[in-house]
Write a protein that binds this ligand. Sequence first.
Ligand SMILES: C[S@@+](CC[C@H](N)C(=O)[O-])C[C@H]1O[C@@H](n2cnc3c(N)ncnc32)[C@H](O)[C@@H]1O
Length: 432
Amino acid sequence: MYNSVIIPGKNWILSLAELIAFLESRECKFKILSFSKEYFIVCFEKKIDFSIIDGLGGIIKIGEIKTTFSTDILDKAIVQKDKPSKKEIENIFADTTIIDDLISSTKKIFFGVSVYSSEKRFRKIAKVSHRFFGSIIKRKLSEHGQKSRFMGFSKDRKLPQLSHVEVLKKGLISNNAELIIGIGKNRIWVSITKAVHNPFEFQKRDVYKPIQRKIFGIPPRLAKALINLSSCNQGSSLLDPFCGVGTILQEGLLTKSKVIGVDINPWCIKSAERNLEWLSKEYELTKPEYRVLQGDIKDLSKKMGYNEIDCVATEPDLGPALRQIPTTPYANKIIIKLDKLYSIFLNETYKVLRKDGRCAFVTPYLKTRSGQIVTMNVDEKTKNIGFRRVFPFQRENFEKISSTKEEILKINSLIDTNERHKIGREIHIFQK
Ligand SMILES: C[S@@+](CC[C@H](N)C(=O)[O-])C[C@H]1O[C@@H](n2cnc3c(N)ncnc32)[C@H](O)[C@@H]1O
């Protein structure tokens, strides 16, 4: 068994759902041992290729777990300042390969420690824990005659955590030089960072592609999450029937799927083609398979064969760009106006999707001036067509799940909002 710590992005529920869909579609056997906003502990049946992080939109770091011990020991060592417990932790570290992996040919090793705690109680002592773990490593390295420098934080840093950009810029991955300490209710997980999310690559695909569309474009990280939620994998045929300038198609091509885009707007079709051409060159893709077609969603099944598509990932029209937070009546009006388009989209998608194929799509999620949430109810439409809703979290994904955390199994759609945007997204997954 191979245990990993996985640090999610800000929208951790979406990150966890994406991770599960990604692993399942690749038939990778796993169990989630623990999950929280701060980190997930995942047990894999086989060793994983840490570069999977590049295929995930919502995962920030992946670490290989080296040891685990009871939270009580840390409690005694740090809160009660108990010397034997401090020694015990030091011995636990000595029994791992952490120090051997760190020792290098360089004169002075530069290393960092990031502490993530799912428990409020331990978040308060995260900075003390950070210094405690750092000093253990420094002392052990010195016992091996190795000089080192422990990366500290400025006082104003709220949590003692290195960002993925810091880890990348300091080159900590290749030297096994970032330690991730996950502090949970009962267990501490000690791991070495093996992969981090590369924001520069996502940024490149976002702002350096030849044609951009600021208002209606989906961020590449979310596009990636959406295609993973549709269970898209290498070789799958992936359709985006509202492809715009092709952001979702781009991420699909990088997954090595065969992508097909449709949009009513001829400018979008030309732009998507240019962007895909650019991406293929930029990423040196051998034999990229893509097709972009101009057309109205109502004619989708006339453009392609029935049951031809393996997965659909799309963001249809979300209504007009909003300058202000809408009133509740206006938000309701937006939803009603979009209703017909979504009905046609779901009907047509059902026809072209193969049996068991999945469709991950976005509907608007509007927070109104009075604080109400206005969303689109797609349950009746999808049920009448024959679609089955996929709940992102299943009991069998988890080793065991405490009663306080069981709520996650009831989640049926994923919400993505941020302060800057007036229109949030609700992501649904349906299966034919
Ligand atoms: C929210 S945008 C999608 C943006 C896209 N994900 C991107 O990153 O560029 C919705 C797209 O749906 C297209 N659209 C609107 N009505 C349509 C219809 N009836 N049939 C096909 N496409 C349509 C619009 O032209 C627009 O490009």
